[in-house]
Design a protein around this ligand. Sequence first.
Ligand SMILES: Cc1cc2nc3c(=O)[nH]c(=O)nc-3n(C[C@H](O)[C@H](O)[C@H](O)COP(=O)(O)O)c2cc1C
Length: 321
Amino acid sequence: MFQTRITELFDIKYPIICGGMYWIGRAELVAAVANAGGLGFIVGATFENVDDLRAEIRKARDLTDGPIGLNINLFPALRPQPIEAWVEVACEEKIPVVETSGRSPEAIVEPLHAGGVKIMHKVPGVKYARTVERLGCDAVSVVGHECGGHPGMDEVTTLIMVPATVDAVSIPVVAAGGFADGRGLVAALALGADAVLMGTRFMATKECRGHPDWKDWLVNAAETDTTYCMKSIKNPSRVIKNAVSAKVMEMEAQGATLEELIPIIAGQGGAVFDDGKMDSQLASAGQAIGLIHDVPTVKELIDRIVDEAIEIRERLNASIR
Ligand SMILES: Cc1cc2nc3c(=O)[nH]c(=O)nc-3n(C[C@H](O)[C@H](O)[C@H](O)COP(=O)(O)O)c2cc1C
């Protein structure tokens, strides 16, 4: 059921992936996704040193026999350690799949492959997907404008981004940006993707760390409660609407420089996610918040997505004569 090139490549039951999320993507969430038949990623950048990262990977291994992925964000500002250190951890800890993002993975494709690690690189545009294929990555994930985190500069939505990418490359394509339920999974597969990748939806699960007030906010938020900012400094981000994102947008409208913005944009997420202080920092989230109505366990969420997708398939089969 729902066998795709991605389920085969990554040896997972369902074509459902939890994208790496800075601060959020930790052992409990990633292990819960693996136990439920999907694949998730511990985020290297969250940890101050390599020993803490290794400890987190081992903690996840104690919680599941399923695959534990590692996210390597190549964006310079998000690199507390040299890339080589993360590559070494991935190879030594026998991580099956690394999700890279932020910059070209060119320098680490060969060493990761030599260590037996598969690479899925995340891009915000079709032209970058072509490069990912040329570099020899095993899969590409592509995010549309509605995604949490970093949509591209071009503001192309998932509905166009996914089929355009599928047409442009022959490696497996993972669709991301705005997915939250079984309808989204079927839609992604219909667009030609081999799996769906979600970030925002997984934040409202029991195993995901987060203050109850933050999770309540996610449940009650509407699809209009995020905003797209920082395009002026070429670091476009989709974040929740709050006092800080309003300030950033006001400063951008007045022509603020990166140096002027840094004190406001630094230290994303922790106080919002962990302390529920909603107006304290920038916090990444996608428009999928409008599709979140509860805080299930990860297994309940994934089972529900699969059941809903099967129901939709049956409904479509019955309606096509
Ligand atoms: C809070 C948060 C933090 C994120 N941090 C990272 C990160 O460190 N590295 C990365 O590659 N993607 C990161 N992302 C992007 C997600 O992995 C994923 O691509 C995105 O959430 C998909 O869109 P969706 O939110 O609409 O599901 C983050 C997303 C969120 C919501």
